[in-house]
Design a protein around this ligand. Sequence first.
Ligand code: GLA
Length: 657
Amino acid sequence: MTRSLDFGAAFYPEHWPESEWPRDIALMRAAGVTVARLGEFAWSTLEPDEGRYDFAWLDRALDLLAAAGIVSVLGTPTAAPPAWLTQRYPDTLATVDAQGHRDAHGARCHYCVNSPLYHEKSAAIAGAMAEHFGKRPDVIGWQIDNEYNRVCYCATCRAKFQSFVQARFGDLATVNRRWATAYWSQTYQSWDQIAPPAHAVSNPGLVLAWREFVTESYRLFQHEQVTAIRAHVAPEVWITHNFMKWFDAFDHYEMSAELDLASWDWYEPSGWTDRIPSGAMHDLVRGYKRRNFWLMETQPGHVNWSRTNIDLQPGQARAWAWHAIGHGADAVLYWQWRMALNGQEQMHGSLVDQAGEPRPFYAEAQAVGGELAQAREALAGTRVQARVAVLYDFPSRWLIDNQRHHGDFDYVEHLLRAYRALAGRNFTVDVISPDVDLAGYGVVIAPALALFTPERVARLTQFAQHGHLVLGPRTGSRDSAAALWPERPPAGLHALAGCEVEEYIALAEPVRIEGDVSGQADVWAERLKVRAPEAQVLARYSAGNAWLAGQPAIVRRDTTGGSVTTLGGQFDTPTLEIALAPLLALAGIAPVLETPPGVEALRRVGEEGQDVVIVINHTATPQTIPAPAGRVDELTGAATTGALTLGAFGVAVLSAA
Ligand code: GLA
């Protein structure tokens, strides 16, 4: 049977004497744990010296877990190279900045992602682990490394970057032309003159190529371990990596291509007060592979790495877990089960403490574990189905961050405005790459999609023949080498959009817009010029900024079966709600449920079309909503009647009765 709603924690038996393990595992069982994640930092225990492996302890831990009915996910330990490795091979240590400072041993992720020797050692430990543990039926999946994050600037990386640029552009004349290097005498005469970006603002072409190179570096590093593992495991055993929140050093879609499953680590160091950014992050991770994902790590109360590490509120763990599941998580794992007695993370939250006793959070986790067990069958094989997509693009984010123009123009914040206008009202949203098939969507929103390629233009043009396309500001200005398109944005789409951008303005003060859509823009505004007589101006800027007063702010042009709406400003969420409402209606897209703002309603749909609606009260105050008719709550067994009351952080998981 397909597994459904796994529940567990990161477990580090190597931190504790074996005599402690049975008690930990008994507590796991009592909490409803179905999966443990092990091994991802245990290199010095798994390979105490070069080529001498010790896997017996991990076998014994896995055996105990399996005997308790708990399956395991094994991590390759390459985020934590051992002392013998970095001492013997200092070139494997990363150079942490463009000024050439080398990292020191003593933390983690201190490796050079391009070091041939590090590749060799990493593939060797991954392969040896897979050969040894790969046939165990209780090991259901593998995680490569842990939260890739270090960018290296050593001589090896620099030389590989030069080769990467050469392979990408072919000859120096092309590089010089596409990066416009005559500007500031940046002209390159030989490949070895090309260096990683080293300045606050570097040539955008160089910045884009560097990020693509970092992506390619991690992709190759990951590929070697994936290959080493695949050689030894059954086809149904999956391989993943645990990505971080809004991390942007590489393109996560590209990194996910070879993985079977996307997963991520969700933390809120200052407490959790807003479901919109976390919902968008879940949706983005679901978008990496366009299927359900795992929440590989999450917060058991508090973390330890922020200035002030605020706890979740009592009861919030329940809303937190169901929020992830409602957005498509098939597993929720806490980090970590029990903290080590020493080491950098002594102060982190966990389920069990240094004495082996359950901490107060344990009871919350146990309640979540119980609920997941109750709903496991109803949610098996279900997934999220959206007819609205928001396009999230790593290169566009890199380019905008390199030249924000207004310091407050934040790519993620900007995207969240549109996302909030939808998810805040319980519309189901996909957050996906602009390079995937858009068939099936009724509305597609491209916020700040700066980078346009001919393929993207063709895909958006095709979509707009039958769907409703919304172009946000800063869209369609750059090509694949980060150069400005030598025409006004949205380049290649003027005819379709019926307008173009004639000027962009960093706003000192917000400006009002009036028309069919009234509201407000802040931080950024573009003065649109109508190009097609049939295009409608839906809003104009009011007085307030002299360059903008009276000029078009929102333009819509209808196509045969769809439309293109060009948004000139960074609008606030209420304005976007007004702008999007008619498009959602035309596309026949309805929210899952209408609820008060503190209540979220999410839907997962099974292969036979049966759906499960998850309703979450994100507030500490009880909330009552009209109950959807003909449903039964999987958590209580109660059939829905006229009203549904949810207690503080309460949840209902509603199947068809
Ligand atoms: C990250 C890491 C974990 C742990 C947690 C602590 O997500 O992957 O190993 O350090 O942070 O919050």
